[in-house]
Design a protein around this ligand. Structure first.
Ligand code: 5GP
Ligand code: ZN
Length: 112
């Protein structure tokens, strides 16, 4: 499968990894939108949030359980934003579910 994030998970494409375990990998975004900006993905290929089911949703809880640890390790102390873009209108450009974690500055709401 020609998926850039599967290739990152398999180390076929280099990335700046900030966390890894048997189920997930987190790495710095290539085009950071904040002083701290990393992506957390399941190693399993799930296309988008629209493809999360009762059968595969444990990984989402797992992802949310590692985010606070990584954020702390990267020195984010005053909150952060978690973003999931889903599908075309959601602004998703890579079709492998991922959660952006942005910190180190404050963010406006609602987002564009
Ligand atoms: P999306 O727009 O799908 O929510 O986010 C995709 C993100 O992946 C973008 O923020 C983009 O900068 C990042 N990205 C795309 N290709 C690569 C890559 O090869 N390496 C890394 N580290 N990030 C990437
Ligand atoms: Zn993939």
């Amino acid at each position: 499968m020609d998926c850039i994030f599967c290739k990152i998970a398999n180390k076929e494409i280099p990335s700046q990894i900030v966390y890894e375990d048997e189920k997930v990998i987190a790495f710095k975004d290539l085009e950071p939108q904040a002083p701290v900006h990393f992506l957390v993905i399941p190693k399993e290929h799930i296309k988008s949030a629209d493809e999360v089911t009762l059968e595969n949703c444990d990984i989402i809880g797992h992802i949310f359980s590692v985010i606070p640890k990584i954020a702390k390790e990267l020195g984010v102390t005053n909150g952060y934003r978690i973003v999931n873009n889903c599908g075309e209108d959601g602004g998703q450009t890579v079709s492998h579910i991922h959660f952006h974690v942005l910190g180190g500055r404050s963010f406006a709401w609602p987002a564009g």
